[in-house]
Ligand binder design. Structure first.
Ligand code: PFF
Length: 461
């Protein structure tokens, strides 16, 4: 039961539909769109990947986004509270989702802090002639066993700054904090990103990069792993099934159109990631051109490697690289920060509702404990490896597992499908039909269970 404090406090709200859409788009557009999608598409059939990708979006992405909305909006809480209101036993599923959020948040803050450093490094190419060696050896000092914060101020200052900014924004509450931050950051992100992509298109070799990305390999369509990659990308990218959209939709007034904004968010998110694919591969095309190699000979085409090893190399070689670098890392910071806010809000709301804390107390409490943990993890060699492995499990097993549990428990065990569907339909302009219950109740659980099983097998073996 919530404490007296929580009961007295009225639920926080976004000031309107646009604010909600901006915040939800801010959450969805993150590092996953910029550094994950392009490489995943390239490795899984190129242009042909768009087929499983769009099918995954329509059969699982958007339907489960609506399921998240229905749960959060009807039961008005972060996952533990919302699920508890559906059925007592379901509260633990909510805490499981909060656990996933904590792991992802710790990893995300480290990456955002690196992006902040690299924003500044762009101005004098501080990574020198060997960006890979710089990142691994000098910047992170990987390889020296034990714990050390010698890399101060390279990482420590940005890391602390990211935490302080996050705590201040979350502490200000939903309307005054998260909403205002997104109203400023999202338009800024769209501007920096657009300039970046347009610039990339004018680089020598850009066309080769786009050919490499979009040339379809139709044989990929018969490969189960390609389909798994598509569903995985959609889940992470839309921020669904780990509590974020449940929490955000709980801050909308009782009678609100939910499905219309959902489609806007999904469309904006996918458009952004396809454009990111274009920008990243145009840039990689330039790198290959400049080094006189074929694109398939390049390494580090996703994630940390792409951002902190490959891109610095390109930036140094490019005319006007300083500006390009600043824009690229600035984009990473903005996209990352707006996602980080959403994931930590899940944790913060969960604790507020459980213990009756105020938004400020919760943000400061959770933020400072997590900040200390993330500094310790970053300072110790083993910590980083631990974080990477845990993040891998959270992404590959955690999110999909949570989606399976959510769909099976809600639709089959507790049989709440119709109730949730009718809830969204009474308040939304765009009506859900029985196709929605089919996707969420049958198609998605079957596909996701298969996906989970095959991932567990791959990870264990
Ligand atoms: N949709 C986000 C992305 O594509 O990066 C997923 C996410 C990750 C959301 C981390 C929030 C977060 F903290």
């Amino acid at each position: 039961t919530p404490s007296a404090g929580a009961r007295r406090r009225p639920r926080e709200q976004f000031s309107g539909q646009t604010a909600f859409i901006l915040a939800a788009v801010g959450s969805a557009i993150g590092l996953g769109n910029i550094w994950r999608f392009p490489g995943v598409a390239y490795e899984n059939g190129g242009g042909a990947f768009m087929v499983p990708y769009l099918i995954a979006l329509l059969t699982a992405g958007i339907p489960i986004l609506f399921l998240d909305y229905a749960v959060g909006h009807r039961f008005r809480g972060a996952p533990p509270q919302a699920f508890r209101r559906i059925s007592r036993g379901l509260e633990s599923l909510g805490w499981f989702q909060i656990g996933i959020c904590i792991v992802i948040a710790l990893y995300y803050t480290a990456v955002i802090a690196w992006a902040v450093s690299y924003f500044f490094f762009s101005f004098n190419f501080a990574w020198g002639d060997d960006p890979t060696g710089f990142f691994v050896g000098e910047y992170l000092q990987v390889g020296e066993p034990g714990f050390s914060l010698d890399f101060v101020p390279g990482v420590l200052i940005p890391l602390v700054a990211v935490w302080v900014v996050t705590i201040v924004i979350l502490g200000a509450g939903v309307a005054k904090g998260i909403e205002r931050a997104n109203v400023v950051f999202i338009p800024l992100l769209v501007v920096t990103f657009t300039v970046l992509v347009v610039r990339a298109l004018f680089l020598d070799g850009a066309a080769d990069g786009l050919n490499a990305l979009f040339t379809p390999d139709w044989s990929a369509l018969t490969d189960a792993n390609v389909w798994i990659a598509a569903y995985g990308q959609i889940f992470f990218s839309l921020s669904i099934a780990f509590g974020i959209m449940i929490t955000y939709s709980s801050f909308r007034p009782r009678r609100s159109n939910m499905t219309g904004p959902g489609l806007v968010v999904a469309f904006a998110n996918s458009s952004f990631e396809i454009l990111a694919g274009i920008g990243v591969f145009a840039t990689l095309g330039f790198l290959a051109f400049n080094e006189g190699v074929a694109i398939d000979q390049l390494e580090n085409l996703t994630g940390v490697g792409l951002s902190f090893m490959t891109f610095p190399a390109v930036i140094s070689e490019m005319p006007g690289g300083q500006l390009f670098g600043a824009l690229f890392f600035g984009t990473l910071v903005l996209a990352g920060l707006t996602s980080l806010l959403s994931i930590l809000q899940v944790v913060s709301s969960g604790f507020q509702e459980k213990f009756g804390w105020s938004p400020r107390a919760s943000a400061v409490g959770i933020g400072s404990v997590s900040a200390v943990i993330s500094i310790v993890l970053l300072g110790s060699t083993t910590g980083l490896i631990y974080l990477d492995t845990t993040d891998n499990w959270a992404n590959n097993i955690g999110i999909v597992g949570s989606a399976v549990l959510m769909t099976v428990l809600l639709m089959w065990v507790l049989r709440r499908g119709k109730e949730l569907q009718y809830h969204l339909n009474t308040v939304s302009t765009f009506q859900l039909g029985s196709w929605w219950r089919f996707c969420v109740g049958i198609l998605a659980p079957v596909l996701l269970t298969y996906m989970l099983a095959s991932r567990i097998v791959t990870l264990i073996s």
